[in-house]
Ligand binder design. Structure first.
Ligand SMILES: [Zn+2]
Length: 452
């Protein structure tokens, strides 16, 4: 093992160079910019590292998946799968970047560029970990698979279809998630879950055009209608009032609560970061952590109607529209929740509210007592000295597709410093963390292959 870890150290400059090459290939899925080119580049990067690779396609118009597979000679009965993505977020606003967004410029300990952290930096640590094993031992300690998609930043719309189509090809015993954060005390955050999401748009159209606001005495105002409808969805404490909304939600287990208790959350620096005076319902301590990991939400993401520009305009709008994201927790089925929302509006007299669903995704959580989690904790302790376990990320990702379709535990761990400006101008990856994480991935491969 020592020789393998030394190989990582000695070859850190090659890792950096290969990451720069990946950053310099734009791959913005939202604009279909450089997607095909990047898929080819990633496939060649795998091959260059000794990992056989092929490009898989679902149908025309869908970004390809780059698949990599190394079979272990000495232990072909266990398979570890790395899930990553080669697409990146758009770079705008351009004027806020200090360098070209696709420069891969190095300054001190940082490599800058769109995708440097999210997700090309994570990908390169995994490729180099596998390469180090192949170079030193001529083998990998267990079978390794790479599933690298090109639509993560636009919602992973086709990942479930890919997983179903290639279920056999992708079969595995454990999945390492695409991202992983490192906190400000240099501790990797081992993530065990993601929340689900139901994204809807509610709209009301009352008249065929805006009217003079003096007519408000005889023409119904759709903005008021919408506000009235919204008020029935949740009370002022944040409790969702839709019938049976929480029906399938189960409370945290004892071990979840123990982990939540240990999770760090710096209330004061968080308040400072956002310039807020307090939290919802004056939550404190454990309550905050429980809510982040396990509370469903009903969030108004956008609300539009009438005149919103400078000055005054006395107008009666013809329509009103709201976008809502509901975060879901394990056992909540997005389709079932949508039906409950529809029924709720109808029963409360709001049949005139039109509902459009944009996105539905179930939540996922890996059991903290799964042996896979213990192996990752061990590897994290050896490479970073310390770690944090996060019961569930407050955000959403297609983790449930992996957990349910492939039937494997899924854990996130990676190299992304938590303030590395992902999705924002001047995104960067920290070289010290790329190096440490590559070694951590080597240790995970080793421990995973040795234990049942
Ligand atoms: Zn991202």
């Amino acid at each position: 093992m020592n020789q393998i870890l030394k190989h990582v150290d000695k070859n850190i400059n090659r890792l950096i160079k290969d990451l720069q090459i990946l950053i310099r290939q734009p791959s913005v899925s939202a604009k279909n910019q450089g997607i095909e080119e990047c898929a080819k580049l990633v496939s060649n990067t795998l091959k260059k590292s000794g990992i056989p690779s092929e490009i898989l396609r679902l149908k025309k118009g869908v970004a390809p998946i780059v698949f990599g597979h190394v079979r272990s000679k000495k232990n072909p009965n266990k398979t570890l799968l790395f899930y990553n993505h080669y697409d990146v977020q758009p770079v705008e606003p351009l004027e806020l970047w200090e360098d070209d967004p696709f420069s891969g410029k190095i300054r001190g300990n940082k490599i800058f560029g769109r995708g440097s952290a999210d997700d090309k930096g994570e990908l390169i640590t995994r490729i180099k970990a596998v390469e180090s094993f192949l170079k030193i031992t001529g083998d990998v300690p267990c079978n390794i698979k790479f599933v690298i998609e090109g639509e993560e930043e636009i919602g992973s719309t086709n990942i479930e279809a890919y997983l179903k189509r290639f279920r056999k090809k992708f079969s595995c015993d454990g999945v390492i998630w695409e991202f992983g954060y490192v906190d400000s005390k240099n501790r990797p955050i081992i993530g065990l879950g993601m929340k689900g999401l139901l994204y809807v748009e509610l709209s009301i159209k009352e008249s065929i055009r805006d009217a003079h606001s003096s007519l408000a005495v005889i023409i119904k105002n759709p903005a008021w209608r919408l506000v009235d409808a919204l008020k029935t969805l949740q009370d002022s404490s944040g409790k969702i009032l839709i019938k049976d909304w929480y029906r399938e939600v189960t409370p945290f287990s004892k071990s979840d609560l123990k982990l939540l208790g240990k999770e760090p959350f710096d209330e004061n620096s968080f308040k400072k970061e956002y310039g807020i005076k307090g939290f919802v319902n004056d939550k404190r301590g454990l309550e905050i952590k429980k809510a982040l990991a396990g509370d469903p939400t009903c969030n108004i993401a956008g609300l539009v109607s009438g005149y919103t520009l400078d000055g005054a305009k006395t107008v009666l709008p013809s329509s009103a529209l709201v976008k809502i994201d509901f975060r879901l927790v394990p056992n909540m089925d997005p389709k079932k929740q949508l039906a409950r929302l529809q029924k709720h509006l109808k029963q409360n007299g709001f049949s005139d509210v039109k509902i459009k669903m944009y996105h539905g995704e179930a939540a996922a959580r890996t059991n903290p007592s799964d042996p896979f989690v213990a192996q990752i904790k061990e590897a994290a302790r050896e490479s970073f000295g310390d770690f944090v376990v996060n019961v569930s990320n407050a955000g959403t990702g297609p983790m449930h597709s992996f957990v349910n379709v492939l039937g494997a535990p899924c854990v996130s761990i990676g190299s992304t410093y938590m303030f590395s400006r992902i999705h924002s101008p001047n995104e960067f990856a920290r070289i010290d963390l790329l190096r440490k994480t590559t070694k951590c991935i080597c240790l995970i491969m080793d421990k995973f292959s040795k234990h049942d």
